[in-house]
Design a protein around this ligand. Structure first.
Ligand SMILES: Nc1ncnc2c1ncn2[C@@H]1O[C@H](COP(=O)(O)OP(=O)(O)O)[C@@H](O)[C@H]1O
Ligand SMILES: N[C@@H](CC(=O)OP(=O)(O)O)C(=O)O
Length: 439
């Protein structure tokens, strides 16, 4: 069985939903994971922000506007009064539920319930549309099987078991629709897999049912060799190793959520990135195969802060790095890049919540400098150390850019540069020109 995920852009209007319905009705049995219509989750975040700030009038205004939009989508989607009314009633009940949160105290718990509603609406709309079209489709609610454990990690055994029960309870269906992104936590409360987490849902379901393939459908023909929003002339990459895809997703290639690669990789299930607007395009296949001696793509991650600690006492001192890393660990702040020399260590982080505390603690061991508004540019491909010439090419492309850190050798798949965010566009364009466009 295949698992197909359609992102917010792919179900972003009534017409798009109709296109998706056409695309998935080929007679083959499948599980279809849907995101909320594009923009909805952001609007639900906005509503929550009003409620945190104790502004129910502001929240209600946004709720009413969003509900009106949905009424319009439903009007365009359905051709029969029966299904139109049925869906309108459901959506009204969801918005009434959202409104009920404007009257009481508002905490993280209520926010998570509100954020879950986008996927609950979109899956109801598409399932009802498929049924209206006479397709054998059923909605299997993610909240019945998708669960995280006490460490907030997906509980794959539970997911496997409960999903199998849901499928068994609905035999003979062509299409099983479910919600991406949303789940329950170890205490049974409504939670989510973090923003963009619908890809993760698809990958977890793929691993749980041992799918033959996981397909991530979006609005572009696969992973491009650079960020198409920033760089001119990017091209789709046809094949990626799981590790290459993970590096690209982690370092900013928005098309794929970073957490999504792991479950597919462990279960060795190929992941295909496909384009809803151009279904016959080959897209990108992510698998265990490596294409030897090839640089595949470049990605960039913004909002990075660099921290350098210099210490003369570090000379020949063992245990110094442990002390430094322990400080980051105690503030639950992950480090992205690390470069060391005999007199100092530079590190980069993207979560600055505890930056002041970290810097104060580090000062016990040496002089600390901080650079804000930095960006990691990551070149990904077969970069095994014995392959020659690739590092030189990447560095040649960066010849006019001030580089704060370089990291190579941490994996066989990447070389990373830390630069100023303001130099990102020039750096990405230059890397594309040198690495892919032979300029
Ligand atoms: N390297 C890349 N390759 C392809 N798309 C990328 C890349 N980097 C950024 N993107 C952007 O990611 C977008 C698709 O991701 P996303 O917004 O998550 O889609 P969806 O709403 O379907 O989940 C594309 O439209 C594209 O602009
Ligand atoms: N709707 C959620 C989950 C998601 O993955 O959306 P998308 O597939 O559109 O990135 C979000 O906006 O975070």
């Amino acid at each position: 069985m295949k698992v197909l995920k359609f992102g917010g852009t792919s179900v972003g209007s009534a017409q798009r939903m109709k296109d998706v319905a056409k695309l998935i009705t080929d007679g083959e049995q499948k599980i279809v994971v849907l995101s909320a219509m594009s923009g909805t989750t952001n609007t639900l975040v906005e509503i929550s922000d009003y409620l945190y700030k104790k502004n129910p009038e502001g929240a209600n205004e946004v709720i009413n506007k969003l509900e009106a939009k949905y009424k319009q989508h439903i009007d365009e989607l359905f051709s029969t009064e029966e299904y139109k009314q049925k869906t309108l009633e459901f959506v009204k009940s969801v918005f009434d539920y959202i409104r009920s949160f404007t009257k009481d105290i508002f905490t993280l718990f209520e926010e998570k319930v509100i954020l879950a509603q986008g996927e609950i609406i979109s899956t109801n709309m598409v399932t009802n549309y498929l049924c209206e079209q006479g397709v054998k489709a059923v909605l299997i609610p993610a909240l019945e099987f998708m669960r995280t454990d006490k460490n907030s990690e997906p509980d794959l055994n539970y997911i496997r078991e409960k999903l199998a029960l849901q499928l068994e309870a609905n035999p003979g269906q062509e299409i099983y629709i479910t919600q991406g992104f949303i789940c329950r936590n170890a205490y049974g409360e409504i939670d989510n897999l973090q923003r963009g987490g619908s890809d993760y849902t698809a990958s977890l379901i793929g691993a749980a049912v041992n799918a033959s393939e996981i397909q991530i459908w979006t609005d572009i023909d696969g992973m491009h060799d650079n960020d198409p929003r920033v760089v001119d002339k990017t091209s789709p990459v046809r094949q990626l190793h799981f590790e290459e895809a993970a590096e690209l997703a982690y370092f900013g290639a928005k098309i794929l959520h970073p957490t999504c690669v792991q479950p597919a990789k462990y279960a060795n299930i190929p992941v295909r990135l496909l384009n809803t607007m151009e279904p016959s395009a080959p897209g990108t296949l992510i698998s265990n195969e490596t294409e030897k001696g090839k640089i595949k793509a470049v990605a960039a991650k913004d909002n990075i802060t660099a921290i350098k600690i210099k210490s003369s006492r570090m000379l020949l001192a063992h245990g110094f790095l442990r002390k430094v890393f322990e400080i980051f660990e105690s503030y639950q702040t992950p480090i992205d890049m690390v470069c060391t020399s005999e007199v100092g260590v530079s590190m980069s982080i993207d979560n600055t919540k505890h930056l002041n505390e970290i810097v104060n603690d580090l000062k016990k061991y040496g002089t600390v400098t901080v650079d804000h508004d930095m960006c990691i540019v990551c070149v990904v491909g077969d970069l095994e150390w014995e392959n020659i010439g690739f590092e030189a090419k990447a560095i040649q492309a960066m010849r006019n850019i001030p580089v704060r850190m370089i990291s190579f050798g941490g994996s066989n798949y990447n070389i990373s540069f830390l630069i100023r965010e303001s130099d990102k566009k020039t750096a990405l364009q230059s890397l594309s020109d040198v690495l892919f466009n032979n300029k």
